[in-house]
Design a protein around this ligand. Structure first.
Ligand SMILES: Cc1cc2nc3c(=O)[nH]c(=O)nc-3n(C[C@H](O)[C@H](O)[C@H](O)COP(=O)(O)OP(=O)(O)OC[C@H]3O[C@@H](n4cnc5c(N)ncnc54)[C@H](O)[C@@H]3O)c2cc1C
Length: 479
């Protein structure tokens, strides 16, 4: 199909999650949407080169699940039919820097699924929509504009071996969804525009991940576990997320530039790394589980927020979404949810496609991204050597951080506080909700109780009796 310069056509560069969420929003506002992806169309749900992060555990926050289910009705049930685990959120144990968080006693449940199965399902839904077409093995290499260079009119494409097609694709709107390594700043510069100002935080996170088979009869105390690092002394974090196929996706991470060494990618090294987490549960679990894949390593040295909304001059017909705009420290699991949120913002802004909607979109997106960016970076900045560049520290951050420390201590004992914290982490509430009187009174009450010696510090999470019994049986089998 050839689409001319005059047709009502939107082009999305990048066929990963942010690109697909954007395509979903665009399809109601343009006659045709084309998604251009440089990877091959995968034959099944699995890793692909353009998304190397899928080797690492991906948690989908509750807000993300809500948005995705609303956009693709029935998709969570479909994922569950394919083996994704639906579990009550209280069965996801979180060990914060202050200790084990008290279960929230919510009836809410969540679906745990690998990133690649989620992406596969969403792509299947979009590929059956006649308003959306995908072009695979096509790499965008630059933007086309009109003669005055004030309007983007299309994308220059280079095809991978075995693929042919038009080398220019024309459209009324081009959306950059090429992820954290986006070339959009370079493309804009080549057209005589400034690149977007960047705010960065050098969190220096290194990841190690592998898949395990969940042991049969594993004691059912929890379905997944997240063990946070403990600033400033223990920079190691780890998580087990249950995914389809009775597997555990296990990721270990190191903060603040303490990147895992190559030895940590061996069987023994991976276990040794896990043993140094602030809580023994993850290590004890994987010690008796069968590894299914080799260990993969990944580094995300920098959190980056590209402030497209601050540009004084931008061409019409161009916007950016997803990680291309804001790439977080992945440890907070915000990327997919924020990309989904971006598509809601896009749909809303597109309801009035009058001149200047591109700028209105970038502004609205920046506002939506602000809270998750603040959550991630203000915590990362607790680490010595981690610094904010390209923006001034926000007023009151040290005070807020002190408050969060007290809040985490209270969350280890008080389900009301842990619920408020979980809702904020899951992007169901804004961070400001943690300051509501109903929460703050409990936080300060708990802090006072501890200072007066009325409440003892919460115990470290010890292994449960069921887990200890299970480990004993495993040891007997191994003898
Ligand atoms: C290690 C790690 C762990 C993470 N864990 C989580 C988590 O637990 N929870 C969570 O919500 N998020 C997590 N994220 C973030 C999440 O992966 C992303 O937010 C999500 O994939 C959306 O990103 P995106 O679509 O903007 O970019 P990406 O997923 O990076 O996709 C970019 C796409 O653009 C394509 N592309 C690139 N350049 C071109 C080009 N020139 N032409 C055509 N196509 C191109 C690529 O092939 C790719 O398909 C993690 C990220 C990392 C790095």
């Amino acid at each position: 199909m050839r689409i001319g310069i005059d047709s009502d056509h939107a082009i999305v560069i990048g066929g990963s999650l942010a690109g697909m969420f954007a395509a979903h929003a665009l399809r109601n506002h343009f006659a045709q949407v084309t998604v251009v992806e440089r990877d091959d169309l995968p034959e099944d749900a699995g890793h692909r080169a353009g998304v190397p992060q899928s080797h690492h555990a991906h948690g989908l926050l509750a807000r993300g699940q809500q948005i995705i289910e609303a956009q693709f009705p029935g998709i969570m049930a479909e994922l569950q039919r394919d083996g994704a685990l639906e579990t009550r959120l209280e069965r996801l144990v979180i060990v914060t820097p202050a200790g084990k968080m008290t279960p929230t006693q919510d009836a809410e449940s969540g679906t745990f699924v690998s990133r690649y199965l989620l992406e596969w399902k969403i792509r299947q839904r979009l590929m059956s929509d006649t308003r959306i077409r995908f072009i695979f093995r096509a790499e965008a290499v630059g933007l086309h504009t009109d003669a005055s260079r004030t309007r983007v009119t299309g994308v220059a494409l280079r095809y991978r071996k075995g693929q042919t097609g038009d080398t220019t694709l024309y459209g009324n709107l081009v959306v950059d969804a090429t992820g954290r390594r986006s070339d959009a700043p370079r493309w804009l510069s080549a057209l005589g525009y400034d690149p977007p100002p960047e705010e960065t935080v050098n969190s220096g996170v290194g990841y190690l991940s592998r898949f395990y088979r969940r042991p049969n009869n594993f004691p059912a105390d929890w379905d997944g576990i997240i063990i946070n690092a403990r600033p400033p002394h223990n920079p190691r974090a780890g998580l087990i997320l249950p995914i389809e196929g009775d597997r555990w996706h296990v990721t270990l991470g190191n903060y603040a530039g303490h990147y895992p060494k190559a030895e940590a990618a061996t069987d023994a090294g991976f276990l040794e790394f896990a043993q140094q987490l602030a809580d023994p549960s993850l290590y004890e679990a994987i010690r008796v589980a069968e590894p299914l894949t080799p260990v993969k390593m990944f580094r995300t040295p920098t959190n980056r927020f590209r402030h497209f909304e601050q540009l004084r001059r931008t061409p019409e017909g161009f916007i950016a979404v997803g990680d291309s705009v804001c790439a977080f420290n992945p440890i907070y699991g915000q990327g997919m949810t924020t990309s989904a949120l971006g598509s809601l913002v896009l749909a809303e802004v597109l309801s009035d496609r009058s001149p200047g909607f591109e700028r209105r979109f970038q502004r609205a997106l920046a506002r939506a991204v602000d809270a998750p960016w603040f959550i991630a970076t203000s915590e990362d900045l607790r680490w010595p050597g981690v610094m904010l560049q390209g923006a001034s520290p926000r007023l009151g951050t040290p005070l807020l951080r002190r408050y969060v420390t007290l809040l985490l201590e209270a969350a280890c004992a008080d389900p009301v506080v842990s619920r408020a914290y979980m809702r904020m982490l899951n992007m169901l509430d804004l961070p400001v909700a943690l300051l509501r009187p109903a929460v703050a009174v409990r936080v300060f009450g708990h802090a006072l109780g501890r200072r007066l010696g009325l409440i003892s510090a919460s115990d470290e999470w010890a292994l449960s009796p069921a887990m200890i019994a299970f480990l004993r049986t495993q040891a007997l089998h191994q003898k």
